[in-house]
Design a protein around this ligand. Structure first.
Ligand code: ANZ
Ligand code: ZN
Length: 837
């Protein structure tokens, strides 16, 4: 027996160098194998890898390595989401250029990832801040512009005062900036928008294609965010037409309540407000109200707790069916950018309208009430928004209100006063950012020609790097004449470049496609490579992107398909999505301020990468949070040392055979048969657990049991050739099954076992059904020392199982009937004697 300590550092360096030099995980799309594309959300190069990354990428790596062993041609790339604000903030703080800071971080983090032994195809590495990448994005922008999917508009925007930039709606979380948690303000600005709403229906409908592949929770969040409402638009004629308008349209989800309208509420921003006020003696009062509400926080205005407020405009509309006068009010709860910015007030059916009517003493008219009940407006304490029968609704009286929705809409349509309509909560995506460290938006403003797109042959519009970042955080681009001043591509006259840059979420909306052909300098990707690799089979990342990045990528996929860049049949970018849980410390999120950050590099230095990987995968199923614990990582380390020790101590009996490489004929002893059975059962279980279900923790537990069984059987197994084969096969199986999880240690021992080719190229082991059957043996059953029967039982059955089976045996029961069992003596494999009197 040799004594040798497990020394991860030396082994890990050796194998990492080999993988790097031999480009072991480089792939091409020219392959006969079926493809498998596994992708982890790429990191922002903030400086260092944290435990959350380690967990995310370790999960991805196990999937990649498993699939590779299962015969797939696996694409597993890595890159950097490299534009963004922290680079600028660091530049201000440390006086380094954002580019320098970013590239240095990338180098550092790449080295950290390589120390973890991930099986990336590094030849496909991308950094989105490189012109070779963003030039294609600028081209997409121009094509989208041409197609009308990019447009420019002035509107109130989410403004983060601390980031000095606008934010998309998806980037405002509970009223706060997604990056810095500052309270978001509203600012009127002219910005560039991507028309994601043009895909609202498809983005919603195609979620059903992702059912089963994506977590239900994420699908629900996307559905909710897209927020489709169906109903009708109804036109109310103005009692006195104003310049440019003789009617006001409202959007309602409840056309069945039309007869209950007793007022109408407009958003203070509604374009007709000024006209309606003409000649009204209290116009100034109304204007002051509108001004005050316009300055209110948009999220506060949408809150359910908002105290409803309004003011009468002095104007009236006419009910489309009854011709009754409907007073026009302004209301603080009506949003300018939803529906038509005007609401028909139905206090009996809508709680907001109910509160409004009570406050301003407006009439309440019941039009839908629960079957068999009579609602009385005077005594009602809240609106009835449930189903019911229509009343006070002229020809529709007595109708079920669901039926009424369609009946009223049909009638409106016949009379030319309305039509069925749908509305989305989803808003177009503001992609302009007033920041320096981003991809320039390729348009030019010319006094003669207006807004002129840059010519495609002039791309990329390079972000100038010889620029000093401003201390106040504002972008230096507007004051960089060499960048901002240019010639108009149309008339050649002096013109100005757009100095806003693209939202960095634009870069991450298509990077998965660039990986398919990352070094292409003639096109964003080759159609062949794209067709072969996409869609991504398994995507893995944090649930914080449930809407943001995942929605944008879905939209980009559809838009690029319609531009002809993606194949027609490609509708969704990510077939399966796994959202991994968090790595916590003492039950809380790791954070610098709490001082509870566990640094991966320190852990690798102390325990080795294999141990860190093993712990991250063993601690919990991938979707669940887990707590980083010293005892946990120690345990993982001990297990690997135990595998190492078993191998080195038994090395002289190990033969160079492969997993499941012993034959049934080798297992001649009971010990041999047991170990072989355990081996095959372990392969069966790990295959199931690691396969579709990604339950790496239980798979690892099964391998641990096999290692235990090997420790127990090694003394009992003989030194004959057959027993050696059984033991060696079990060892090969342990290494093979563990190799996706702890690749360095496994490759090292595999090589020492005498295999010339790397374990990473081995096929996933095949278990043999016959090997999993238990040997049956016959056990004698005695009562008070007399043979009373026999029991057919599994060879490995333990004492408790034998005792239970014996007591349940009918022959034993006949002879113990009326007696008290005093004692049960079990001799495993031989007999059970029951002492009773
Ligand atoms: C009359 C009515 C009667 C309504 C009733 C509801 C219940 P969702 O589901 O979110 O689409 N609404 C329309 N435009 C609005 C705006 N710009 N700001 C605030 N509220 C607006 O909600 C649609 C309903 O919200 C519409 O249906 C409208 O009120 C209101 F018993 O019309 B309803
Ligand atoms: Zn911010």
């Amino acid at each position: 027996m040799t004594q040798e300590r497990y020394n991860p550092q030396a082994i890990e360096e050796k194998w990492q160098a080999r993988w790097r030099e031999e480009k072991s995980f480089a792939v091409t799309h020219e392959s006969d194998k079926p493809k498998y594309y596994v992708l982890e959300m790429f990191p922002y190069p903030s400086g260092n890898i944290h435990m959350g990354h380690v967990r995310n990428y370790s999960i991805g790596d196990v999937v990649a390595r498993c699939k590779r062993m299962q015969g797939f041609n696996v694409l597993h790339p890595m890159g950097w989401d490299a534009f963004g604000l922290p680079a600028e903030n660091a530049a201000i703080k440390h006086h380094v250029h954002p580019a320098q800071w970013t590239y240095a971080n990338i180098d550092n983090m790449r080295a950290q990832l390589q120390r973890l032994g991930y099986s990336y195809d590094w030849s496909r590495e991308i950094a989105t801040c490189r012109p070779e990448y963003y030039r294609w994005e600028q081209m997409f922008f121009l094509r989208l512009l041409e197609k009308g999917l990019v447009y420019r508009k002035k509107a109130p925007q989410n403004w983060c005062p601390s980031c000095h930039t606008v934010l998309a709606n998806e980037q405002v979380i509970d009223g706060l900036c997604w990056r810095c948690d500052s309270r978001v303000e509203q600012k009127d600005l002219t910005q560039w928008f991507l028309k994601i709403t043009a895909y609202g229906n498809e983005l919603l409908a195609d979620l059903s294609l992702l059912e089963g592949g994506w977590p239900d929770r994420v699908l629900a969040m996307q559905r909710n965010w897209i927020g489709k409402s169906t109903g009708a638009t109804v036109s109310f004629a103005l009692e006195k037409a104003v310049e440019g308008a003789s009617a006001i349209e409202v959007f309602t989800t409840r056309p069945d309540t039309l007869f209950g309208v007793t007022f109408m509420t407009l958003a203070p921003e509604h374009p007709l407000v000024e006209k309606l006020l003409e000649g009204y003696e209290k116009a100034d009062e109304v204007r002051a109200f509108a001004e005050r509400i316009r300055n209110m926080d948009r999220l506060d205005r949408q809150s359910d707790n908002l105290e409803k407020e309004g003011v009468f405009t002095g104007a009236y509309a006419l009910h489309p069916f009854t011709g009754q006068r409907v007073p026009l009010w302004l209301g603080n709860f009506v949003l300018a950018d939803y529906g038509t910015g005007a609401v028909m007030g139905v206090p009996s059916g809508d709680q907001r309208d109910f509160e409004f009517a009570r406050k301003y003493d407006l009439p309440i008219r019941v039009v839908v009430q629960p079957r068999g009940e009579n609602l009385d407006p005077a005594s009602m304490t809240e609106a009835w928004s449930g189903p019911g029968v229509m009343v006070n609704s002229g020809p529709f009286d007595g109708m079920d209100n669901e039926t009424g929705k369609k009946a009223v809409t049909d009638r409106l349509e016949q009379e030319g006063k309305g039509r069925s309509a749908t509305q989305f909560r989803l808003r177009d995506w503001n992609i302009s950012r007033q920041r320096f460290w981003g991809a320039p938006i390729p348009v030019i403003y010319c006094d003669q020609c207006g807004v002129v797109p840059e010519k495609e042959e002039n791309l990329p519009v390079l972000l100038p790097l010889d620029v000093k970042v401003r201390e106040d955080g504002r972008s230096p681009l507007p004051e960089t004449p060499a960048f901002a001043n240019c010639a108009c591509p149309r008339c050649g006259g002096p013109a100005r470049r757009e100095t806003d840059t693209l939202d960095t979420f634009v870069e991450s909306s298509w990077y998965f496609a660039r990986y398919t052909d990352a070094r292409d300098d003639k096109a964003p990707f080759s159609p062949d490579a794209l067709r072969y690799w996409l869609p991504v089979d398994q995507y893995i990342g944090g649930v914080e992107h449930a809407i943001l990045h995942l929605l944008y990528s879905r939209f980009f996929t559809k838009a690029l398909r319609d531009l002809g860049f993606f194949p027609q049949g490609l509708t969704e970018p990510f077939t399966n999505l796994l959202t991994q849980g968090m790595v916590l410390k003492d039950g809380g999120k790791m954070s610098k301020s709490k001082g509870n950050v566990v640094d991966p590099t320190e852990m690798i230095n102390k325990y080795g990468a294999d141990t860190v990987r093993l712990f991250c995968l063993f601690a919990a199923p991938p979707e669940r949070d887990f707590d980083w614990s010293d005892s946990g990582i120690e345990g993982a380390s001990r297990f690997l040392a135990r595998v190492w020790r078993l191998f080195t101590e038994e090395e002289d009996r190990l033969l160079p055979i492969k997993a499941c490489g012993s034959a049934a004929a080798d297992a001649t002893s009971a010990e041999g048969r047991d170990l072989r059975r355990k081996e095959h059962l372990t392969v069966k279980k790990t295959g199931e657990d690691m396969g579709a279900r990604f339950q790496f923790n239980t798979a690892i537990a099964a391998v641990m049991e096999l290692v235990n069984a090997m420790y127990l059987s090694r003394e009992k197994l003989g030194r004959g050739e057959a027993d050696k084969r059984v033991f060696s096969s079990a060892m090969a199986t342990v290494l093979t099954l563990l190799s996706p999880i702890t690749p360095h240690l496994c490759e090292e021992l595999w090589q020492r076992l005498g295999h010339p080719a790397p374990l990473a190229d081995e096929p996933w082991p095949q278990w043999d059904e016959a090997a999993t059957f238990q040997d049956m043996i016959t056990v004698a059953l005695q009562v008070n020392g007399k043979l009373r029967g026999t029991l057919e039982t599994a060879a490995g059955a333990d004492k408790a199982a034998l005792e239970q089976a014996a007591l349940a045996d009918p022959a034993v029961q006949r002879h113990t009937n009326g007696l008290t069992v005093r004692k049960v003596v079990v001799v495993p494999g031989k007999l059970v004697n029951i002492v009773a009197n």
